[in-house]
Design a protein around this ligand. Structure first.
Ligand SMILES: [Mg+2]
Length: 416
């Protein structure tokens, strides 16, 4: 297999950096973006704020306790979406293979661009220069032969980082790092690995794979062993929409009940819709993400007749999409000894599902009135009311009533 050159590009302190760029009086100051009583957490903070130990997702009250003179700024998602659009425009000048992970973060496969544009580090420097010149923002970039290492490399020298991991240095780079840097190692897996005395990626690489499989199961064990050896076959997947708002979760136990999945999707749809409304955005496309217990991931998408920020519409669309997805037990197939490659199989138990809303546009953008306009407006008003109630009484106290279809395998049945 020929070595790939993969870049992970990530804007530093994105929302806070946009605010400091747009408002000179904020430069050099600790800035907390969030400001909405509803969410009550720091969405993004400037590096001046990070010096006080403040991190994004920290409760705003805690952040202000650590730095009382910090300036709290209300987020302006539209402005960030605009900057994001320009950011992705720059990235696509360097390769058509751009996989957006969020508004300010993407993988690029530049293998085919290198002959024309220079090697990976040259392209990385050019991207950083253009982001600085055209957007007045700072990007950190990791260059590596696999996604796993590129993502870690972009993070390691932040802010304004550029870390290059040559193919020959891949293991020397990965092995001293803590196991939590591995994709798929959460708290539970970290504890299991710690009980085996494995705290660094190199420890996992040197541990007998059969023993790892015995503790973590066939798929997870082999997956981690391969990653620890620097084997990460994930390709850059350019079809993902870079600008999206989504919510997904990995389950403690794999699921195969469509009814249970539908309830989870409904909750996720309400969360996504609340974030769309908080940002004054509507989405035109709904994407359902399903990951099976063998780590295969599929996505299904549908373009709506009109953009929406209504949780009910998002949920119904996602549940319709779910009806077209194979789910459930699969006969166990023989696996070749030592085979690490996952072969495509139909169906299976579900370990993760999620909804993402893409093709975003401002809520007040002109749009055609549809026949179901009144129903949608009602749904969005209901959503606003739910947001207010949630802000007052706490999340999870108020739930949308759900009527689950009797036969979830019949897509027509799931339209309520
Ligand atoms: Mg970032």
């Amino acid at each position: 297999m020929t070595a790939r050159t993969i870049l992970h590009v990530d804007l530093d302190a994105f929302y806070a950096a946009v605010e400091q760029r747009d408002r000179a009086e904020l430069r050099g100051k600790p800035v907390l973006v969030g400001g909405s009583a509803r969410r009550g957490v720091v969405a993004s903070c400037s590096y001046e704020a990070r010096a006080f130990g403040i991190r994004s997702a920290m409760p705003m009250a805690e952040a202000l306790r650590r730095c009382p003179r910090a300036v709290v700024v209300r987020h302006r998602m539209e402005r960030y979406a605009e900057a994001s659009h320009a950011f992705f425009g720059i990235l696509r000048d360097f390769s058509p293979e751009v996989e957006g992970l969020s508004l300010d973060e993407a993988f690029l496969d530049v293998t085919a661009s290198e002959r024309l544009l220079g090697d990976g580090p040259t392209i990385a420097r050019a991207i950083k220069a253009r982001v600085r010149a055209e957007l007045a923002l700072v990007a950190s970039v990791g260059v590596a032969p696999v996604k796993l290492a590129a993502k870690i490399a972009s993070d390691i020298d932040k802010p304004d980082g550029l870390r290059v991991v040559a193919p020959a240095d891949l293991l020397a780079f990965l092995h001293p790092l803590p196991v939590t840097r591995l994709w798929g190692v959460g708290e539970a897996t970290r504890e299991v690995l710690a009980s085996l005395g494995l705290s660094r990626i190199g420890d996992v690489a040197r541990y007998p794979e059969a023993a790892l499989v015995a503790r973590l199961g066939e798929l997870h064990g082999r997956h981690l062993a391969a990653l620890a050896r620097g084997e990460d076959a994930r390709a850059v997947e350019p079809e993902h929409d870079p600008v999206s708002i989504g919510h997904q979760e990995t389950f403690d136990d794999d699921l195969e009940d469509r009814g249970e999945l539908a309830v989870i999707l409904l909750d996720q749809a309400d969360r996504v819709a609340a974030r769309l409304r908080a940002a004054d955005l509507r989405a035109r496309v709904v994407v359902l993400v399903v990951k099976y217990d063998d780590f295969r991931q599929i996505t299904r998408r549908l373009t709506l007749p009109a953009p929406t920020s209504d949780g009910g519409t998002l949920a119904r669309t996602a549940i319709d999409l779910l009806a077209k997805v194979a789910i459930g037990e699969r006969p166990e197939e023989p696996r070749a000894e030592g085979a690490s490659r996952i072969t495509p199989r139909k169906g299976g138990r579900v370990r993760l599902c999620g909804i993402s809303a893409t093709q975003l546009e401002p809520r007040d953008a002109p749009r055609q009135l549809g026949l179901d306009e009144a129903a949608r407006a009602r749904g969005e008003r209901l959503g606003d009311t739910l947001d207010k109630l949630a802000a007052k009484f706490g999340k999870g106290t108020i739930r949308r009533a759900v009527h689950l279809p009797d036969d979830p395998d019949d897509p027509d049945d799931s339209k309520q």
